[in-house]
Design a protein around this ligand. Structure first.
Ligand SMILES: O=C(O)[C@@H](CO)OP(=O)(O)O
Length: 248
């Protein structure tokens, strides 16, 4: 027997469309992003996948994607669990900046280090900066854990406790688990599941609104098929390549 895990990155956000670094800024979905979410739900139905519990971040682009996808799949009623630990990577002082402008200003190498390296975080964001989340009510309980910037290693460190204590127990209980989250928080889960090296994870990009299905061994929680399975693999590959090329 296996456990079924479905990973879903939110649909296109307002700041994806503007090519801005987003991180913890709580932007909404574009019309295209809403349609992607609905399409994701329809793909679940077509594949005979019926989530029985959903986990989301605390950010509206993931929350609304989950709601639209589940509504399209007639699964709008399932239990919902949310955690800041599934939030997008905090992009530090890059939040709100245009990706192409950052690349032009700092060069390709620095741009890629900040964007995709495992352990180089962008400079921290000042607490009084326009796009800081310090003081936002949804993060009132975080205390010293409130990030001001994060690299992927930091995301993995804050996400894994939730994976172990929140998501794995649902999988072991026999749930079909949908996780609606973000490009970099899902890269963290995929790195963990597929045991991707710190170097190779730089080349992995996750497209918006496309369900990625993992069957996990019931004992080891290791993927039966490394990399999982996109329900529309050709569209996912093209969309992932477009994510990789943002800023060019
Ligand atoms: O801006 C962000 O928060 C993320 C996801 O949209 O961007 P990137 O793919 O560059 O890590």
């Amino acid at each position: 027997m296996t456990h079924t895990l479905i990973l879903l990155r939110h649909g296109e956000s307002e700041w994806n469309a503007k090519n801005l670094f987003t991180g913890w800024v709580d932007v909404g979905l574009t019309e295209k992003g809403q349609a992607e979410a609905v399409r994701g739900g329809e793909q679940l139905v077509a594949a005979g996948l019926h989530p029985t519990v959903v986990h989301t971040s605390l950010q509206r682009r993931a929350i609304n994607t989950a709601a639209l996808a589940l509504d399209a799949a007639d699964r709008h009623w399932i239990p919902v669990r949310r955690s800041w630990r599934l939030n997008e990577r905090h992009y530090g002082a890059l939040q709100g900046k245009n990706k192409a402008q950052v690349r032009d200003e700092y060069g390709e190498e620095q741009f890629m280090l900040w964007r995709r390296s495992f352990d180089v975080p962008p400079p921290p964001l000042d607490d009084d900066a326009e796009y800081s989340q310090v003081g936002d009510p949804q993060y009132a309980d975080l205390g010293a854990e409130m990030p001001r910037t994060e690299c992927l290693r930091d995301v993995i460190a804050r996400l894994l406790p939730y994976w172990e204590a929140g998501i794995v127990p649902d999988l072991r209980a026999g749930h079909t688990v949908l996780v609606a989250a973000h490009g970099n928080s899902l890269r963290a889960i995929v790195k963990h599941l597929d045991q991707i090296s710190d170097e190779d994870i730089a080349g992995l990009n996750i497209p918006t609104g496309m369900p990625l299905v993992y069957e996990l061994d019931e004992d080891t929680m290791q993927p039966v098929t490394k990399g999982g399975t996109y329900l529309d693999p050709e569209a996912a590959a093209a969309a992932a390549a477009a994510v990789a090329n943002q800023g060019r």
